[in-house]
Structures are given as C-alpha cells and as structure tokens.
Design a protein around this ligand. Structure first.
Ligand code: ZN
Length: 204
C-alpha cells in the first residue's frame, strides 16, 4: 500500500520505528529507560488505510507517533502515524527474548495521515490522538528523549535509508486497545496550526 505525500503517492520500502522515546510511556508499560535508542522495523507491506481491532485473532493496540518521510538525505515531510501492536503477543515474545516482528510487522500494522511539508524546525511539531472525541494521546517533540535529528543520525550510522522510507519517532503515554466501532482522529500540528489530520473508523 502507498501513503499520500503532497500530490504524490509513495510506496515506502521500510518503516524504521523508535521504541521507548517518551519517559511517561516507558513508565506506563513498566519498561526500563533504555541506555541506547531502541529501534525496530516494519516492512512497507504493513501500510494500510483500514484501522482494524483484531488481526489473526489477536487484539490490536494503538500507538500514535509523529512520523517522517525520508527523501534526499533529510526528513522532507511529516504526518501522524499509528503503529499498531499485538501487545499481548509482544509481551510474550519480550519475555522469551524473541524478535518482535510477529507483534509489530503484520499486514495492516501501520497507518498514516497525508505526509505534508513542514517548516523544518522539528521542535514545533506535536500530535493529538482522539478516540470518539476524547483526547487520549497528546505530545510534542520537546518530550522526546531523542529528537528527530538525533534519530536520523543514529539510524543512518548503521543502516541506509532509501527514498520514501518512513521513520516513526515513538509514542507518548496513553496507548491502549483498539475498540470495535470507535472513531479515531489523528492530528499533526506545527505550533497551533493543523498540518495534517486523518479520521479512521475502526472496522472488525
Ligand atoms: Zn511505536
């Protein structure tokens, strides 16, 4: 599947995700503050436009994240993304020290609002996620332990990013289970202005 990027559609090759980038979210999941940046990947095949509450019998949890499109050596555009997680399965895999792909890299595990150009200063970006009109997640880049420019530097120190790859910068506190029939609305702001937004009605 493709993502909207300005007036184009782009098929991302890979999505590189930061885990544990907001202190309050680390606390809510009972994780330790990591010594190094936690990074994992989703293949481009995860991208969908349909928000589901279950996948292969496992309940899905949402994580709203400020997301960037990588083009020409920099973050060219930004969006709000949903990193979907099979939280129960992920906990079982983590306990056994096994990789997370089964819990994070399944089909339909990544959704995005349209990618749009932004002013270029990462520090003015923030996200808001509402479910049925109630704000459940809200955070700005100030609260990130690793800022977008540090994330880009760290990833490219050991991995080549290709045109159209996506970076998800981690989720703030307020993650939870996706309930059937609920209405999600994700908003990416720059200062007080809405840059990009999308609504998703949860299907079964
Ligand atoms: Zn995430």
């Amino acid at each position: 599947m493709t993502v909207e990027a300005g007036n184009r559609r782009i098929k991302p090759g890979k999505i590189v995700c930061v885990g544990r980038n907001y202190a309050a979210h680390i606390k809510e999941l009972g994780n330790e503050i990591p010594e190094n940046m936690v990074l994992f990947m989703k293949p481009g095949s995860c991208v969908t436009e349909k928000l589901a509450s279950f996948h292969c019998g496992e309940p899905l949890h949402y994580e709203a994240e400020i997301s960037f499109l990588y083009e020409k050596g920099r973050f060219s555009m930004a969006a709000i993304g949903l990193d979907l997680t099979k939280r129960g399965l992920q906990s079982r895999l983590k306990e056994k020290g096994l990789p997370w792909e089964r819990a994070k890299a399944f089909d339909g595990a990544a959704l995005f609002s349209p990618f749009v150009p932004f002013g270029g200063d990462f520090l003015h970006l923030s996200l808001v996620l509402e479910i049925n009109g109630t704000i459940v997640q809200s955070a700005s880049t100030d609260l990130m332990m690793y800022k977008p420019d540090q994330i880009l530097k760290e990833i490219t120190s050991f991995m080549t990013l290709e045109e159209g790859d996506i970076i998800m910068t981690g989720t703030p506190a307020g993650v939870g289970k996706i309930e059937e029939n609920s209405l999600f609305r994700g908003v990416l702001k720059e200062g007080k202005a809405i840059l990009s937004e999308r609504s998703w009605q949860v299907s079964q």
